[in-house]
Write a protein that binds this ligand. Structure first.
Ligand code: GDP
Length: 446
């Protein structure tokens, strides 16, 4: 059952000024859908990190579907101003495609400001990514080959193009590519990995096609955030990537390149009353290699591929699937400052009995949901999950519910259990793929 935009806006505003949406597992938690719902009541939406490897799927109430990788989901809404921060790494072709979606979604022009300092992914970055992955065999990271690795290496290496360079035109672009023999270095690296890159002049010509687009988009996103904050209006911060694949706090090296944690944006200190909505499903998934302690048997995973569509949106790969891991969720919830939970995909969780991981054994140690442990890749690969079994529910009954009391008793018991273990309120559950398909639980820990 769907809530309309007015009800959604009321819900968003009830959450407060700065609202972060973060994923508490290894990605695909439904962040895009939740962010899109909250965008209904936001004055500004911000994407503050990441790029093409993070895909958000959004479906309007009529089921029309959109994929976003670079721009915030606010481009699908007529009201908010939509910001792309300086830590974002942008594929100009995707920016062009996604900016055109406003017209399709609501028949208006996109209201987007890209920070002058946002990074640009060049064709060379994609070729280097694919070359390194292809040559690495069993040691490959399992990347999406969208150039994210090489582009982020340039970000911390203080080199490469920023959005303002693209907007400035060919002279600036050529100079930047030649600075400290940047492009020559890329070509040397490419021959190491056995790939060939477009020439410097071909790259300049490729950049020129985006000059006008970027000249119309760039601006000072920090100034806009300050103004919206000063006016006390709602800002939706749209997280990309799950917090368990944070490059610093997650399962490095099988991780993303970014820090999806709410503390790591670059827009100044947050007030104590911010809302951080942590999203997760009654199970977990992961794409590519790396530890995931609760990985389930292939026949169970197959049910999630079929019934819950757990197929990675950016690459089309089947997801690795696992039972809900509340130790991992408690870890990421603590470090992201999560103070509200939103459980998604409750309508398509197909099991008669669900296992829920409520502790790990790591060597001689027991790790519970209240432990202050750091879950690095080496520790997770030793973790033996301890499970509690809970009864499943009828997904159709969940999909039909509009209120807490209409949810099946087993669903309510499941939510109660999650709240008890995490000591955080589950404010809503997702019960369908479209904008507005959710049930508010009325929880302040009931
Ligand atoms: P993200 O990677 O965390 O941003 O995940 P997305 O927001 O892209 O969601 C992944 C997929 O799950 C999309 O196809 C969504 O439409 C779908 N989805 C999200 N929440 C729900 C839900 O509550 N029920 C159903 N049936 N689908 C959902």
């Amino acid at each position: 059952m769907s809530l309309n935009d007015k009800e959604l806006a009321r819900f968003a505003r009830s959450l407060g000024g700065d609202i972060f949406v973060v994923g508490l597992t290894w990605s695909d938690e439904g962040k895009g859908k939740v962010a899109d719902e909250i965008a209904c009541g936001a004055a500004a939406t911000v994407r503050w990190h990441g790029g093409a490897s993070a895909g958000h799927n959004v479906r309007l109430p009529n089921g029309q579907q959109f994929h976003l990788h670079n721009l915030p989901c606010g481009v699908l809404h007529p009201d908010p101003i939509n910001l792309v921060g300086p830590l974002c790494v942008l594929d100009p072709e995707l920016v062009r495609t996604e900016a055109a979606l406003s017209q399709v979604a609501y028949g208006g022009q996109p209201n987007v400001v890209v920070d002058r300092g946002a990074r640009i992914v060049l064709p060379a970055h994609k070729l280097l990514d694919a070359g390194r992955e292809g040559a690495s065999g069993a040691e490959a990271y399992g990347t999406t080959k969208t150039g994210m690795g090489p582009a982020h290496e340039d970000l911390v290496g203080r080199k490469g193009l920023i959005a303002a360079d693209l907007a400035a035109g060919p002279k600036t672009v050529r100079l930047k590519l030649q600075e400290r023999r940047y492009y020559q270095e890329k070509q040397a690296l490419a021959s190491f990995w056995g790939v060939s890159l477009p020439s410097l002049e071909e790259t300049v010509a490729w950049c020129v096609q985006f000059q006008e687009l970027f000249a119309g988009l760039i601006g000072d996103t920090r100034a806009i955030v300050n103004e919206v904050r000063r006016d006390g209006r709602t800002i939706l911060w749209e997280g990309a990537h799950g917090a368990m694949i944070d490059v610093v706090n997650g399962t490095m090296p099988t991780s993303s390149l970014v820090s999806p944690w709410s503390a790591h944006h670059c827009y100044g200190p947050l007030g104590p009353d911010k809302t951080v909505v942590g999203t997760f499903r009654p199970y977990v998934t992961r794409t590519g290699p790396g530890p995931m302690p609760t990985e389930m048997a292939p026949e169970d995973a197959q049910r999630l591929h079929q019934d819950a569509g757990e197929i990675e949106s950016t690459t089309g790969r089947l997801q690795r699937c696992g039972w809900l891991d509340l130790v991992a969720v408690s870890y990421t919830a603590r470090l992201t400052g999560t103070n509200r939970l939103y459980l998604t995909k409750m309508d398509v969780t197909p099991f008669e009995t669900l296992k829920v991981c409520c502790g790990y054994q790591i060597g001689q140690h027991l790790v519970s949901t209240t432990a202050s442990t750091t879950l690095t890749a080496d520790r997770l690969s030793l973790a033996k999950p301890m499970y509690r079994e809970l009864e499943g529910w009828d997904g159709q009954a969940v999909a039909a519910a509009t209120t807490w009391s209409e949810l099946p008793p087993t669903t309510r018991r499941f939510i109660d259990y999650v709240e008890t273990l995490l000591q955080l309120p589950v404010i809503a559950i997702g019960n369908g793929p479209n904008r507005g398909d959710y049930v508010l639980t009325g929880s302040e820990l009931r």
